[in-house]
Design a protein around this ligand. Structure first.
Ligand code: FES
Length: 85
């Protein structure tokens, strides 16, 4: 079992290999298109960046900073990530 956490200590569990979208939604990340286009779900990954899937083409096209991801596009491989949004 993997997990997404926030700096204020909230935590949502995610199955290994699954999308972090639902967990992030419960933690309050705003979503729009859910297809990697609008940028509404951009998060900063404070810890555990290596636990995420590789960036998608949509994320690459958006030119995100190195520690930033689109929550609708990421899957978590295992372990935990800590996010800020
Ligand atoms: S919700 Fe639009 S990019 Fe993720």
């Amino acid at each position: 079992m993997a997990a997404v956490t926030t700096e204020d200590g909230r935590r949502e569990e995610v199955q290994d290999g699954e999308s972090i979208k639902d967990a992030c939604e419960k933690l309050g990340v705003p979503f729009g298109c859910s297809e990697g286009i609008c940028g509404a779900c951009e998060i900063e990954v404070v810890e555990g960046f290596e636990n995420l899937s590789d960036k998608t083409q949509n994320e690459e096209d958006m030119g995100l900073e190195e520690n930033r991801r689109l929550a609708c596009q990421c899957k978590i491989k295992q372990g935990e990530i800590k996010i800020r949004f």
